[in-house]
Design a protein around this ligand. Structure first.
Ligand code: HEC
Length: 130
């Protein structure tokens, strides 16, 4: 089980790196996006810096209920974190906000679509915050 998990982490991380520079918008994938896979991808790619189930800050702001929420950070040209905004942000945060401390490698289009599907489903909104 642990080995499977590590293999998954390896594939997602290095697969993500291999896709670096891939800035094809994730939107075409949104029709077929997989929220279950998106949860796993988000855990691997975002959890180091964000609580996914809490609003409290880790290195970055908590992402609980992020879908369609107003940005808590300054300097982004979005009224809400909808699919288009999240897609652009995850493709390349520095293209949106040049000095942002979220200096992450680009997330591949398929992964972005799945992460957005997971946030959209938002099964964590009703969990108590800590
Ligand atoms: C290396 C750490 C790091 C990683 C990994 C990371 N982030 Fe971030 N994130 C940050 C920081 C720091 C900020 C605050 C940015 C700012 O203030 O400009 C942020 C901000 C955000 C915001 C804005 C939140 C708000 O309340 O307005 C979103 C959305 C976001 N990140 C999503 C993600 C997602 C989804 C992933 C995984 C694919 C991810 N981040 C991976 C560090 C990270």
């Amino acid at each position: 089980m642990k080995r499977l998990f590590l293999t998954l982490v390896f594939i997602l991380f290095f697969g993500g790196l291999a896709y670096a520079g891939n800035t094809v918008p994730g939107e075409p994938f949104l029709q077929t996006a997989d929220a279950v896979r998106g949860k796993v991808v988000a855990e691997v790619r975002c959890l180091a810096c964000h609580h996914l189930h809490l609003t409290s800050k880790r290195i970055g702001p908590g992402l609980k209920g992020i879908y369609n929420r107003k940005p808590t950070i300054s300097g982004v040209p979005f009224a809400r974190w909808d699919a288009v905004a999240l897609d652009a942000w995850l493709a390349n945060p520095r293209a949106i906000k040049p000095n942002t401390p979220m200096n992450t490698p680009p997330v591949a289009a398929r992964d972005r679509a799945d992460i957005i599907a997971y946030f959209k489903k938002d099964e964590t909104r009703s969990l108590p915050d800590l």
